[in-house]
Design a protein around this ligand. Structure first.
Ligand code: ADP
Ligand code: ASP
Ligand code: MG
Length: 856
């Protein structure tokens, strides 16, 4: 072509210093003058900071129009073909006029020359009634040749030295017309020879995408969508620092947005993941795009030309984490080919013969699945290769068919292959089960299944018309509609804290101080992503930075509200919804509040795929119906609710219970001294103090609730007993709690002095009970007793040398009587209240959830 200079012979193997970027613009990015202006702006901006090579596709729709024109000419409809050629000429001339105003003269001649050549080739096709793959490629390549000339003009108008280059003059490929491959080794050297000197001179080469040249010099094409491949081939040859593929979507999405409108952008993909996705039909990248750059580690960004959003980066980073599946893609229009026969089992080399036969005809296999009996091999090939594949296999196995070793070679057209892709799958058990569960629930039947040895994808063939539904099913089931937070890492666990009171702050403190240890010792990476109090919430999907979290803790301790710290207004349930818009790693709602309405927040969390850890008794101790339905909801959704800190603060009460039940023991009774405050009061009574004196001392030491009636009425112990009864399974029905407090709950709300004065009325009767017990060698303890369908809380006289009798001060004690621990109970004892130990109980629950390693 006259407009493109021959590649210079200068420019050896060395790369000149300085940053080098390849920018590829897809058809929609250069569809008309306005869009091309935007694309050119992107290129100009890049050229301000680096040496730049531009790769351009044909204007949107042009390649398809050329293919149709060629087909029409072949059918003898030459006039129609020429009409298309004429329309294309006019379209490009209009764009040129808009882009270049009056300075397009020389380029206009080039466009006309290309259009004239095109018309000549179409006429020949019509006259000969023959369209060889070679001629077809020459015709298809015209689209890109027209485009680069327009792009280069616009670049020059923008002040850059844009030079259009036809890649069929230097990008050497094999001669598989229509689907040509680049030649390893050869291509790199000739590309460098063609481009290096230009770059050094400060030019911006604008190279035709999609186009190459066969060994005999004729034009080839790299397959539809092949401009992506051109970009990475050039980048690898030139040792570029980065490739940007500019398109009409904000990067690679979790699925084709036309099938799943809620598909989300993926911020980072490993080279292998991107390869797999493009191979299985994610059209945003040509299937072979990644190969040239992966071995050089050159990152590829996929970005939206019009919004210039962040897009996706494809690089060598390996980010497994808890999201086993990153995206779903699908290849439509496939056919299933089955080679079957009892004589095949155990015979070596059958699979090799199958692939050999297909490879010799250049048929690429989309998917392979072999039954474990080896009595059949199923493969999926593109529908347009199905007949050829069938023939090839029948020929290959002719002798075997005659001898009865192979029964048949069957073809089933009308299938599509869907693939779930993600490197994290290799380390997450149960992904296949989840995939097929999701399909089964929608009544989609699967014809064949394959899991790559890399365990990076699970692919399966279904009826073509079931493909969109299958994609949506998986997208939904793996939560891919949520926003990508951009990083997955190891055993990460994301915490949503509700109620940053003293316990919540202590927990945040533990996480901050112990994070290195927790990671080293247990591989746990817990991050706080959100915090809610009554005023509002803070949310940072990528994790609240340690300094920021520390600042929140300090501000809360100083009495400030989250709203005053810039938090969004809204209830904790709003925080949960807002946070769960993101694809968090193992999200856990942690309730360290005393909010009476927390159950509603729990439900929302469970519904959205969040586990729950609570130190708040309210949601578990309310009406039985609420408790039962909450746990049923968790069960149904496969979520976890843990509540260690609701009974004995940091003491392993629930843990012990679970251990007994899990190992097959049968629980008979649980008895406990569950109130540190009342324990302290009882010890003082035993030592001769009066009730009012003991309570006054407990208040002075800060052992009581702000209103001591909450402790003395037994209400708090009653709630703990209720939770113990329910979670142990001992209490299944709505039996009434038999609660005898030390004082009437009606006394609540009095001034401390007035209350203490009123309490003196109880001193004498209490002293009598203490004395009566002592005469029998007993002491008084405030105990909760949980038996099958019975809950009792109240004062009991127990032998002074029994475990509860021997208890001193604020310590708690829990006795488990079971079939195994019948004669002597299993005893858990220690401090059962306090901010630090409660926070520890909560952290222990978080660690237990992390240890379960289930997909979120
Ligand atoms: P270009 O012309 O820029 O090369 P393409 O049409 O070839 O653009 O590719 C972009 C299109 O790929 C998107 O508009 C979208 O419809 C489709 N697509 C299919 N799967 C995906 C996916 N997983 N992520 C993003 N886009 C996808
Ligand atoms: N123009 C070619 C096509 O439409 C190549 C590309 O767009 O990448 O397939
Ligand atoms: Mg494309």
């Amino acid at each position: 072509m006259s407009g493109t200079e021959r590649p210079g012979d200068d420019g050896g193997g060395e790369h000149p210093p300085g940053r080098l970027e390849v920018h590829k613009f897809g058809g929609t990015s250069v569809a008309d003058a306005a869009r091309m202006e935007t694309a050119v702006e992107r290129a100009l901006r890049a050229a301000a900071g680096a040496r730049v090579v531009v790769v351009s596709s044909a204007l949107a729709g042009v390649t398809s129009a050329l293919a149709e024109a060629a087909a029409a000419a072949l059918r003898g409809e030459v006039a129609r073909a020429l009409e298309t050629a004429e329309e294309l000429r006019l379209r490009h001339e209009r764009v040129l006029a808009e882009l270049a105003g009056g300075d397009g003269g020389a380029v206009l001649d080039e466009l006309r020359a290309l259009a004239a050549a095109l018309a000549g080739w179409l006429r020949s096709v019509g006259a000969l009634g023959e369209l060889t793959p070679r001629t077809r490629d020459r015709i298809l390549a015209v689209g890109e040749k027209l485009a680069v000339r327009l792009f280069a003009v616009a670049l020059r108008r923008g002040g850059a030295r844009g030079v259009p280059l036809d890649a069929d003059e230097f990008l050497e490929t094999d001669d598989r017309f229509g689907e040509a491959g680049v030649l390893p080794g050869v291509t790199d050297a000739v590309v460098r020879a063609a481009l290096a000197a230009r770059l050094e001179r400060g030019e911006v080469p604008v190279v035709t995408g999609f186009v190459g040249c066969a060994p005999d010099g004729s034009t080839t094409t790299l397959g539809r969508g092949g401009s992506d491949l051109t970009a990475t081939v050039l980048a690898a040859a030139l040792g570029a620092d980065e490739v940007t593929i500019w398109t009409d979507v904000d990067g690679v999405l979790t699925a084709d947005p036309r099938v799943v409108p809620g598909a989300q952008g993926i911020r980072q993909l490993n080279f292998r993941e991107a390869t797999e996705l493009s191979f299985y039909g994610a059209r945003v990248l040509h299937p072979r795009t990644i190969l040239p750059v992966a071995s050089h580690g050159i990152p590829v960004r996929i970005r939206d030309t019009f919004t210039a959003g962040e897009g996706t980066v494809v690089d060598g980073r390996f980010t497994p984490g808890s999201h086993p599946v990153k995206a779903i893609s699908a290849a439509a229009a496939q056919a299933l080919v089955t080679v079957e026969g009892k004589g095949m089992a155990g015979v070596p080399g059958v699979a090799a013969r199958v692939f050999g036969a297909l490879a010799r005809r250049g048929i690429s296999v989309t998917m392979i699945s072999q039954s474990s009996s080896e009595a059949s091999i199923t493969l999926v090939v593109p529908a347009h290769d199905a007949i050829e594949a069938e023939l090839a296999l029948k020929r290959e196995f002719r002798a075997d068919i005659t001898h009865g070793e192979v029964d048949e070679v069957a073809v089933r057209p009308g299938v599509g292959v869907v693939a779930a892709v993600g490197l994290g799958m290799a380390r997450t058990p149960g992904v296949a089960g989840r995939v097929f569960g999701a399909l089964a629930r929608r009544g989609i039947s699967v014809h064949a299944i394959a899991q790559g040895a890399s365990e990076m994808n699970i692919s399966f063939a279904v009826d073509d018309r079931a493909v969109p539904e299958a994609i949506r099913a998986l997208h939904d089931d793996f939560g891919l509609h949520r926003l990508d937070t951009g990083e997955d890492g190891g055993k990460r666990i994301d915490l949503l804290l509700m109620g940053p009171g003293s316990v919540g702050r202590a927990l945040a403190g533990l996480l901050l101080e112990r994070s290195a240890h927790l990671f080293r010792r247990f591989g746990l990476r817990a991050r706080v992503v959100a915090v809610a109090d009554r005023s509002g919430y803070l949310l940072e999907p990528g994790g609240i930075a340690p300094e920021a979290l520390r600042a929140v803790v300090e501000a809360k301790a100083a009495g400030r509200s989250l709203a005053s710290l810039g938090g969004a207004p809204g209830h904790a349930a709003v925080m949960v919804r807002d946070a769960l818009r993101y694809r968090l790693a193992r999200p856990v709602l942690v309730d360290t509040s005393a909010y009476p309405d927390a159950a509603e927040v729990f439900r929302e969390a469970l519904r959205l795929g969040c586990d729950v850890v609570t130190a708040n008794k309210a949601p578990l101790a309310g009406p039985l119906e609420g408790f039962t339905s909450l746990l049923a909801e968790a069960e149904e959704r496969g979520r976890i609710v843990r509540a260690e800190a609701t009974v004995g603060a940091g003491l392993p009460v629930m843990d012990t219970l679970e251990m007994l039940l899990a190992t097959g023991d049968r629980l008979l009774e649980v008895e406990g001294a569950l109130s540190g405050t009342l324990g302290f009061v009882m010890t003082m009574l035993e030592e001769g103090a009066l009730l009012s004196e003991a309570v006054e001392e407990a208040m002075r030491r800060g052992y009581t609730e702000p209103d001591p009636v909450a402790d003395l009425s037994g209400a708090d112990v009653g709630r703990k007993a209720t939770i113990l009864g329910r979670l142990s399974g001992l209490v299944r029905s709505d039996v009434p709690l038999r609660l005898a407090g030390l004082v009437d709950p009606a006394l609540a709300g009095m001034e401390p002095d007035a209350f203490l004065a009123r309490l003196r009325d109880f001193d004498a009767p209490m002293q009598e009970r203490v004395d009566a017990a002592r005469r029998e060698g007993r002491v008084l303890r405030y105990l909760a007793r949980v038996r099958p369908d019975s809950l009792e809380v109240g004062l009991a006289a127990v032998p002074a040398d029994s475990p509860p009798g021997a208890l001193r001060g604020t310590d708690n004690l829990i006795l488990f009587r079971s079939e195994r621990y019948a004669a002597r109970p299993l005893v858990v004892t220690g401090p059962g209240a306090g901010v630090e130990v409660t926070a520890m109980g909560v952290l222990a629950d978080i660690m237990r959830i992390a240890a379960e390693r289930r997909p979120s």
